[in-house]
Ligand binder design. Sequence first.
Ligand code: FMN
Length: 171
Amino acid sequence: MTQQLSTNQDLDPTLLRAAFGFFPTGVVAIAAEVDGRLVGLAASSFTTVSLDPPLVSVNLARTSKTWPDLRRAGHLGVTVLAGEQAVVCRQLAGPVDDRFTGIAHLVSDEGAVTLDEGLARFDCTIYQEVDAGDHILVLLELHAVEHVDADSPSTPLVFHRSGFGRLEQTA
Ligand SMILES: Cc1cc2nc3c(=O)[nH]c(=O)nc-3n(C[C@H](O)[C@H](O)[C@H](O)COP(=O)(O)O)c2cc1C
């Protein structure tokens, strides 16, 4: 990386996707029961935003067929996926009818759906939706939070350069 960044580059989506891929993230499941049906998806764009009020965000593609249903839910569940849930993650991004097959989950009275095996679970409502190019930045307000024991050996699922990894604690 000795050269200067040249400006006026053609920032085509393939280049951007590859560059963005160097930034590792966790992955969450966002899910709810809507009209008696489980709907949800996997998202690596989850970010913590604010403690007061308690807010997190996810960034969802405008092309998402699930978001228009999900946003009608009273409450949404967000689950931080654990390292051993790579298969669950792929399933939650796959064919809609199979997304929850065999996945142990809990449905709250208000319809938020969280996964039993996650590391942390949040019960949320939509705080604000912000236009963000070809995505919608969704701010979620938290109403309930739960997580595994602080001394649990579980580590989060890490998404990096289109693949999954685990976190290696070095300090
Ligand atoms: C690891 C991983 C991370 C993903 N992160 C996001 C994300 O942050 N935002 C998003 O809109 N879709 C994301 N997706 C894709 C969605 O899970 C889903 O496949 C996509 O929204 C298409 O399904 P839909 O039309 O039912 O929404 C991700 C998929 C995977 C496998």
